[in-house]
Design a binder for this molecule. Structure first.
Ligand code: THU
Length: 137
């Protein structure tokens, strides 16, 4: 895994924060933005909620799906930003959820960086050490 330039990681983090502007979060009022680097391009996403709450899709997944639908199935880095959480929020409330970690694992090497705004950078392997993988039988 090659190291990414700090400037690229900064851009990714900024893109994640900005992407939260497009969140549809009238129920939680907790807007989240995400950005993934794939094929040298940045794809963004935001959470999209539903009146049937369980149908909500997180920011990380909408970003990953944008990349995949643009033809990129290898993700090189991810950033996420929970912009409505006040400063001093418990870091646990700023982290990607488990479902999104599994979706990221489908398209990423374990060593990619996951930049969590106002927390720190993790590898995906730190966040999800044993993802489910379906071998061909
Ligand atoms: N949310 C995300 O977008 N990403 C996560 O990893 C955790 C939670 C969203 C879903 C919901 O719209 C809101 O945050 C509150 O749970």
């Amino acid at each position: 895994m090659h190291m990414l330039e700090p400037a690229v990681l900064d851009q990714l983090q900024t893109a994640a924060r900005r992407a939260a502007d497009l969140a549809y979060a009238p129920y939680s009022r907790f807007r989240v933005g995400a950005a993934v680097l794939a094929g040298g391009q940045i794809f963004t996403g935001a959470n999209i909620e539903n009146a049937s709450y369980g149908l909500t899709v997180c920011a990380e997944r909408t970003a990953v799906f944008q990349a995949v639908l643009a033809g990129h199935t290898r993700i090189e880095a991810v950033a996420v930003a929970c912009v409505d959480a006040p400063d001093g929020t418990n870091p646990g409330s700023l982290m990607p959820c488990g479902a999104c970690r599994q979706v990221l694992a489908e398209f990423s090497d374990p060593e990619i960086q996951v930049l969590v705004d106002r927390v720190r950078s993790f590898t995906l392997a730190e966040l999800l050490p044993q993802p489910f993988k379906l071998d061909s039988f």
